[in-house]
Design a protein around this ligand. Structure first.
Ligand SMILES: NC(=O)c1ccc[n+]([C@@H]2O[C@H](COP(=O)([O-])OP(=O)(O)OC[C@H]3O[C@@H](n4cnc5c(N)ncnc54)[C@H](OP(=O)(O)O)[C@@H]3O)[C@@H](O)[C@H]2O)c1
Ligand SMILES: CCCCCC/C=C/CO
Length: 315
């Protein structure tokens, strides 16, 4: 397994298991299956609504000696309704309780978007907090406090644009270790990657396979199917591997970590085995031509009429 060493010397396993949309009754088995297959990195979030089942699976894995806590990397994320200063640590404590852990390896601000505390998913302007009402730096200070108190070994952000990341770096005492963003051959985010490389921030790529199991209302009618992309399929054929393995391997060739989601035992193993695929310079050149800035998770769900968040990827 490939690892990335963070500024704080923590070692992030390059491939992790995603858990968004992993169904109740399936996600626990998927976590056990992943650990048995050799995964040492699980990506969670409070809003996925399945951390308690992941926690039960982790407890079983530790009890059965499948893995030791210190050899496993667990990421979770602060949901948008807990950005206010007095809400951050309690939200983290709820996640720790659900996951049955004493500490997280990485805690991320899930989105640079704040909701009122009693709102699960904001869809009207008055359900949001403005950046003035909930400044991201105040939320970040609480993330720093969580780190200083030992609740988390590393802190980072997710869905932060270049502009937002730069602005956070100006004000932060502890710089973020990771920015988790959407990345795949249709969305390279080269400028963000270069900035992160120059500032020792690891990018983690989400929705690496095109997030095909999102609900219909999150999808555009003409959504491209990444797993059936012609260029990717040709490269897969040449390497005698699956298109998913090409998509995952591409991240390792760029120095980004990657968190494909699956609850299917065969695909869980297949995805981890992607580390064996070495893409050639020619493969990478061909994949370069596919970049069209296409987002599957386009965040328009936060851009409500009269609301405070517009074009969050450019702000
Ligand atoms: N920070 C954020 O805002 C954010 C946003 C999106 C995602 N994420 C994280 O990133 C993870 C991955 O992204 P995602 O869940 O959006 O989508 P994804 O990993 O791109 O795609 C998941 C879909 O691919 C299928 N799949 C998995 N392995 C496959 C294989 N080898 N061959 C063919 N199909 C395969 C899965 O089905 P099966 O389960 O049936 O195999 C599922 O339908 C999430 O689960 C979450 O942890 C974070
Ligand atoms: C109920 C989950 C809604 C999540 C919308 C934003 C996507 C997050 C994936 O990390």
């Amino acid at each position: 397994m490939k690892f990335y060493t963070l500024k704080n010397d923590q070692k992030l396993p390059a491939i992790g298991l995603g858990t968004w949309k992993s169904e109740p009754g399936k996600v626990g088995e998927a976590v056990i299956e992943a650990i048995k297959s050799g995964y040492r990195h699980i990506d969670c979030a409070a809003v996925y609504g399945n951390e308690a089942e992941v926690g039960e699976a982790l407890k079983t894995a530790f009890a059965q000696g499948l893995v030791a806590r210190e050899d496993l990397w667990i990421t979770s994320k602060l949901w948008n309704n807990a950005h206010e200063s007095d809400k951050v640590i309690p939200a983290l404590q709820k996640t720790l309780k659900d996951l049955q852990l004493d500490y997280l390896d990485l805690y991320l601000i899930h989105w640079p978007v704040a909701f009122k505390a009693d709102v699960g998913f904001a869809s009207k302007a008055d359900e949001f907090l403005t950046p003035e009402e909930a400044p991201i730096i105040e939320t970040w200070k609480k993330m720093e406090e969580a780190y200083n108190k030992g609740f988390v070994k590393s802190i980072g952000v997710s869905n932060f644009s270049l502009k937002k990341l730069k602005s956070l770096l100006v004000d932060a005492t502890l710089p973020p270790e990771v920015n988790q963003v959407e990345l795949h051959p249709l969305l390279h985010q080269e400028e963000l990657l270069e900035f992160c490389n120059n500032n020792s921030i690891i990018l983690t790529g989400y929705s690496p396979l095109g997030s095909g199991d999102r609900s219909q209302e999150m999808k555009k009618d003409d959504e491209p199917n990444l797993l059936e992309n012609e260029v990717i399929s040709k490269i897969a054929k040449a390497h005698d591997c699956s298109p998913a393995q090409v998509l995952i391997s591409w991240h390792l060739s760029r120095g980004t970590s990657v968190i494909p989601k699956s609850t299917n035992p065969k695909r869980i193993k297949e995805n981890l085995d992607s580390y064996k695929i070495e893409l050639t310079e020619k493969d990478l050149q061909q994949i370069k031509t596919l970049d069209k800035g296409y987002r599957y998770v386009d965040a328009t769900f936060f851009e409500v009429p009269g609301g405070p968040y517009k074009n969050i990827y450019d702000e």
